[in-house]
Ligand binder design. Structure first.
Ligand SMILES: [Zn+2]
Length: 373
């Protein structure tokens, strides 16, 4: 077991929610802190507000991981009279780093919207809006007989995934030729003598994002001094990522019954909804936080209902006009689950890498809205 550095934990966080999934206007990643500093205690929270900063310092944490960014807008000055800057000063004085993962965590597979869908009983989910689609590359590599398995094992760490199948590849036999020149250290044959070798041509799909690491692994595993391989750009696209989710409930229910169920499942103080309480809902769109801007998209995709937070009056009117049910479970109500979700995921990823780290979930955050019972 080793004590990781902050940069190691950032590596884990970037795996959970790749920064490439963040919206262009967002501010994610390291907000405050020294990447070289050791981290043995982490706290997770929804907001980098006073309660989470206090709790993290009181628990002697060196890192606070939040969903909402600590520094969202550029700071024109660093004055302790400003509440955000005052919290930044406090974090620095107490050796507390802050890392935020926001829209990248909303879109990530297993991220906040998937947690929300699972929590409110929505299955078979796809992104409601697609913002990023993986680019794919075809790799064809020529490997001498008997060395296929070691080369494929190195490449399967990065590639060969197609839907619910892994280790996918295609292989044909053929003859490779070469003539080693001055300075060559051939794996087989000798300088100045033409060689022909029985080889396999192995083809696999790679994500363009993994190309560099995969070709490094290929070169390390391949027995030749100069492995021969081809990379083909593809028009096929890989997995899609985006904000919100759309899926189905296991059993159709009335809107009123589902609203009560959502309140119960999220443990929130109130749920408001727009639509006929007796109408049946089965296909459900959802977006954690503020997602009423996806009303039209939810309708277009055939949803009966959109579940989100921060719904305004005119958005409610638009939902009525569209004939789409709309449910407001609050920004806090739909997102506080991020804190526990992150704690669970960071804990398991740290264990997997044998990092000696304790991860706590902040329990002191409250919905700023009070509700008259
Ligand atoms: Zn939010």
């Amino acid at each position: 077991m080793t004590i990781p550095k902050l940069s190691d934990i950032i590596g884990i966080i970037n795996k959970i929610a790749p920064q490439t999934l963040a919206e262009s206007w967002d501010a994610v990643g390291l907000q405050v802190g020294d990447p070289a500093a050791p981290v043995s205690r982490i706290m997770t929270a929804l907001d980098p507000g006073e309660p989470a900063i206090d709790a993290a310092i009181a628990s002697r944490c060196q890192l606070l991981v939040t969903h909402h960014p600590f520094i969202f807008k550029p700071l024109p000055r660093l004055s302790a009279a400003d509440p955000v800057t005052a919290r930044i000063f406090r974090a620095i004085r107490n050796n507390l780093a802050v890392v935020s993962l926001h829209t990248n965590y909303d879109s990530a597979e297993g991220g906040l919207n998937d947690l929300l869908a699972e929590r409110i009983g929505v299955f078979s989910c796809k992104p409601l809006t697609e913002t990023v689609r993986e680019e794919l590359v075809k790799l064809a590599v020529f490997v001498p007989k008997g060395f296929e398995e070691q080369v494929m094992a190195a490449l399967f760490r990065f590639s060969g995934v197609m839907g619910n199948y892994r280790d996918c590849s295609f292989r044909v036999d053929g003859t490779g030729t070469f003539l080693p020149l001055e300075g060559a250290k051939p794996f087989q044959g000798a300088k100045g003598r033409a060689e022909s070798v029985q080889e396999s041509r192995i083809e696999l799909l790679l994500r363009a994002a993994d190309l560099e690491k995969a070709t490094e692994a290929l070169k390390a595993a391949h027995p030749y001094e100069e492995p021969a391989y081809d990379l083909y750009p593809l028009l096929n696209r890989g997995k899609g990522f985006g904000l919100g989710r759309i899926g189905v409930l296991e059993n159709p229910v009335t809107l009123a019954a589902y609203a009560a169920d959502v309140r119960e499942r999220l443990g929130c103080r109130s749920v408001r909804y727009v639509g006929n309480p007796l109408q049946t809902v089965r296909k459900v769109a959802l977006c954690s936080g503020s997602g009423a801007s996806f009303l039209h998209e939810a309708k277009r995709r055939g949803a009966d209902l959109l579940v989100t937070g921060d719904v305004k009056y005119h958005e409610a009117r638009t939902a009525e006009e569209l004939g789409l049910a709309l449910m407001d479970a609050g920004h806090f109500g739909t997102e506080i689950i991020a804190a526990q979700g992150l704690a669970t995921r960071i804990t398991s990823d740290c264990r997997h890498r044998r990092y000696e780290v304790e991860v706590l979930c902040c329990r002191d955050e409250l919905d700023p809205f009070q509700v008259v019972p």
